[in-house]
Design a protein around this ligand. Structure first.
Ligand SMILES: C[S@@+](CC[C@H](N)C(=O)[O-])C[C@H]1O[C@@H](n2cnc3c(N)ncnc32)[C@H](O)[C@@H]1O
Length: 258
């Protein structure tokens, strides 16, 4: 699939999910809360940017904590920004692509991003953009879902399709570290945590993906109804967890200085 098509699909899917995103994104909020705790250790910033702000949960918390600071939330999905605008009036919301930030060099003391960079086509370029807009000694703190995220789903679909499907997988820690080094961040800290969540079955997991705007696991190939049901059986047999099935989310955390 062409990269531009993938980006358009991601953008459209997030826009469409905006109305129900908050109902289904408690995992994202938990991850954002830890990022928030880390960032508020910094001395009072005059300007902050949240890249891929979604419905503005983290952006709003930052504005509440730093009321005197300029806080900007940026997202490329119009629907997400509309939802954000309804909730927070004193924040500047900008529709733009995080891969091409519409700001001058050194504009922000802090750039944050929660769970948005994992789909960047060129992570080094995306991180370079974050670095470019950071002021001297500014802080870049972000999280991304990593390669092992939902490995159970990928394995089940792969087995059910006899290897006929090819998925666009998320970046691993090595790729994230390399992209940070390529972008010129010195001594970035990168760590990783695995969170396992119970779903009733594979279908419930896929429905959840749709509700948070990640419906189109970008892929080459088609999986018929029979193969989908085979995949669900494989998933249940191999990844039984508590009363249902387990899905692993690998959360990569980055903290770097300009
Ligand atoms: C999983 S949501 C996370 C939203 C929010 N940060 C949160 O923690 O709830 C990912 C968000 O990143 C946005 N996004 C993904 N790629 C982007 C890009 N290249 N430029 C701007 N926004 C992007 C999506 O539109 C979506 O709102």
């Amino acid at each position: 699939m062409q990269r531009q098509n993938i980006n358009n699909k991601i953008q459209r899917a997030f826009s469409q999910s905006a109305g129900q995103y908050d109902l289904h994104s408690s995992l994202h909020r938990e991850i954002a809360d830890k990022l928030f705790s880390q960032v508020i250790q910094e001395s009072k910033p005059s300007a902050l940017l949240d890249v891929g702000c979604g419905t503005g949960y983290l952006t709003g918390k930052l504005k509440d904590f730093f009321p005197q600071s300029l806080v900007i939330g940026l997202d490329f999905a119009q629907g997400m920004l509309e939802a954000s605008r309804l909730k927070h009036e004193n924040i500047t919301w900008i529709l733009a692509d995080g891969n091409n930030l519409p700001f001058s060099k050194g504009r922000f003391d802090i750039v944050v991003s929660n769970l948005a960079y994992q789909w960047a086509e060129d992570l080094s370029h995306a991180f370079s953009e974050a670095k470019r807009v950071l002021a001297s000694n500014g802080v870049f703190a972000c999280t991304l879902f990593g390669y092992n995220t939902c490995h159970e789903l990928f394995q089940s679909l792969d087995e059910a399709s006899g290897g006929a499907l090819q998925f666009l997988r998320l970046p691993d820690q090595g790729k994230v570290r390399k992209a940070l080094a390529d972008s010129g961040f010195k001594n970035p800290k990168v760590d990783c945590e695995h969170v396992k969540i119970e779903f009733k079955d594979m279908h419930e997991l896929i429905t959840w993906f749709k509700s948070i705007g990640a419906p189109h696991l970008p892929r080459e190939g088609y999986l018929g109804a029979g193969a989908v049901s085979r995949a669900a059986s494989i998933y249940r047999e191999k990844f039984f967890y508590l009363q249902g099935v387990g899905a692993t989310f690998e959360v990569i955390r980055v903290y770097a200085k300009e």
